[in-house]
Design a protein around this ligand. Sequence first.
Ligand SMILES: [Zn+2]
Ligand SMILES: [Zn+2]
Length: 362
Amino acid sequence: MRAIIRHSGRYESERRYVLPMLQYIQNAELRRATTRLASARNRMMHKVILAKTLAVVVCAAMAGSAVASTKPATAAAASTAPAQAPDGLLLLGTAGGPLARADRAGIATLLTIGGRNYLVDAGEGVVHQLGKAGMQAPAAPIVFLTHLHDDHYAGLPGLASFSYTLRAPRLDVYGPAGTVDLVGGVAQVMVPNARIRMAEQGLKHTPAEFVVAHEYGAGTIFDDGNVRVSAVVNTHFDFPDGSPAAVNKSYSLRFDAKGHSIVFTGDTGPSQAVATLAKGADVLVSEMASHADRAAVPPFVRPHMDREHLSPLEVGKLAAAAGVKTLVLTHIGVTDPSDVAEIRSVFKGRIIVGADLTKVAL
Ligand SMILES: [Zn+2]
Ligand SMILES: [Zn+2]
């Protein structure tokens, strides 16, 4: 039996660290399967065992998934050249706010471009959602946090720690002022597990070395030669200048890559800066506070919902002003066709109402 591992074009470091682990798991599975077959032969001396295909599915790995399977001998010589994951968006979680929902995980969107993955926000349940999509935590080696409300980073500790345990080389977290504190806390949470893994498995680097914070402000915040990321301050926060809270900023992000432009509003109210950032983008991934969502919040949150989030009509106006081709709605609680109708009254492009695990090709 031969095993073939196919994987999408990942970073070299992922191939060095994660795939060997999967190979190890796979080999162990194959040894067990072989032993079971031998026992069956002994018990059934005169019967022919036909095993055309014995599939051993190893925990799926990165985007496009790493799948190990036994193949007939004729297939054993198949090419092992990596198949690059197609460019696109994967809405891992589409819920906004701290309310747990049966039908939506916390806000998190995976952008794949040029075979690389970029995670925008890391809401509650992000690792579980990656699993549903056939991936594991190391599939998201770079995280961009739009702002530091907890619904946007609640999944970060799990993502970081499981990536560490699965021997990803590092995790980079880009976020507003406060991200250094946040990541320091995440690294601290990882310490008890890391002590055990270091003793058990010889892991060398510490959590503080593994998860790296990068605080950003407005402007170009990232460029790896594959994507360039730009940030503008939006209107999700309204703290008086000079007040201690004014250090907190909320950002909208634009990703420009060869042939693609994708803008994430993050959380925002109406904002000319966001409309300018989104000008001519292929895809606008926008938050929306539906009428039902606004009605559902307690009175002390209502002014924030009304002024510092976008109503369906405001989403439509933003998309129309920016002239985007496709509008993807996310960060939703409950929505109905009347919300889309309001958007449609002012925006004529394509509208996708996001659900968890919705894919949008680029
Ligand atoms: Zn939010
Ligand atoms: Zn928020």
